[in-house]
Design a protein around this ligand. Structure first.
Ligand SMILES: Nc1ncnc2c1ncn2[C@@H]1O[C@H](COP(=O)(O)OP(=O)(O)OP(=O)(O)O)[C@@H](O)[C@H]1O
Ligand SMILES: [Mg+2]
Length: 260
């Protein structure tokens, strides 16, 4: 089991965006090895932008993102938001899963037998092994999400980053997905964007709310005033003997925002 004090990624006072447009201001967040962080916030609030910073795909305008890469293994496994995927790319399910190993490909471009076996076992675990030779353009949304989950996991990352992994999956797989994540969290940090935190209240350990700035409450409890201030009209997450969700009053929300 890894130690809480082990830092994996650190976002330090970052301002970031696209072109001249600032999307995130003065954001700081540290991902530790046993974290399970849920990221919530309104559409366009900057959740995916924060994820792009965490995976090193976007460089900040100011501030810095520090990666504490280990000698062995890969640091990050990433499942992108499905609406951002180009499905017209002619590539099979199996190839997509294996592409998660690109960094670890052998000198002559091949995958080892162990790597292929890991990929196949993951596909079995999420029930897509029968689709292995299908082109990704022919998949349903849920099948594609399962495929991308396998790709994110195949290199056994230290941080698993998921951008809305449950948008298309059916409710039966959704339950399995969260159970799987809970087990994976014993050996890797997880950062997950979701609009549906109500159903995962017993899975995430902490919640970050992103709406241009970031509010991070380093525990699994958060007050509705705090969420409202960040225009996160989602759920009040509370853990306890009976996890429960309280829906915020949207009027309260807009009133508070107008006052800002
Ligand atoms: N590649 C890009 N170029 C220019 N602007 C972008 C780009 N990607 C995102 N944006 C803008 O940045 C803002 C934040 O977008 P982002 O995708 O981070 O939001 P989000 O919180 O993930 O939203 P959603 O819940 O809809 O996924 C939006 O206003 C969006 O239009
Ligand atoms: Mg997004």
């Amino acid at each position: 089991m890894t130690n809480k004090s082990e830092k994996l990624i650190e976002v330090v006072n970052v301002t970031a965006g696209y072109g001249n447009n600032i999307v995130l201001r003065n954001v700081s967040l540290t991902v530790y090895s046993n974290d399970f962080i849920g990221i919530i916030g309104p559409n366009g609030g900057g959740k995916t932008t924060l994820i792009k910073l965490l995976i090193g795909q976007l460089k900040p305008f100011s501030g810095e993102v520090i990666f504490y890469t280990k000698v062995n293994g890969s640091l990050i496994g990433y499942l992108p938001q499905i609406s951002h995927i180009d499905k017209s790319f002619p590539i099979s399910v199996h190839e997509v899963v294996l592409s998660g190993l690109l960094e670890k490909k052998g000198l002559f471009g091949g995958y080892s037998r162990d790597q292929k076996e890991t990929a196949f076992n993951l596909m079995k675990q999420v029930g897509i092994e029968h689709l292995k030779d299908k082109n990704i353009g022919q998949l349903s949304g849920g099948q594609l999400q399962r495929t991308l989950l396998c790709r994110a996991l195949v290199a056994e990352p230290q941080v698993l980053i998921l951008d809305e992994p449950n948008t298309y999956v059916d409710s039966s797989f959704e339950g399995e997905l969260y159970e799987m994540l809970r087990k994976l969290n014993d050996r890797m940090a997880i950062v997950m964007v979701s609009h549906d935190l109500g159903t995962i209240t017993s899975y995430v350990k902490t919640i970050a709310c992103v709406n241009s700035t970031l509010f991070y409450h380093p525990s699994n409890q958060i007050t509705n005033e705090q969420l409202a201030a960040y225009n996160c009209p989602i759920q009040l997450i509370a853990h306890g003997p009976v996890p429960h969700t309280v829906l915020l009053d949207h009027n309260l929300d807009s009133k508070q925002n107008n006052q800002q």
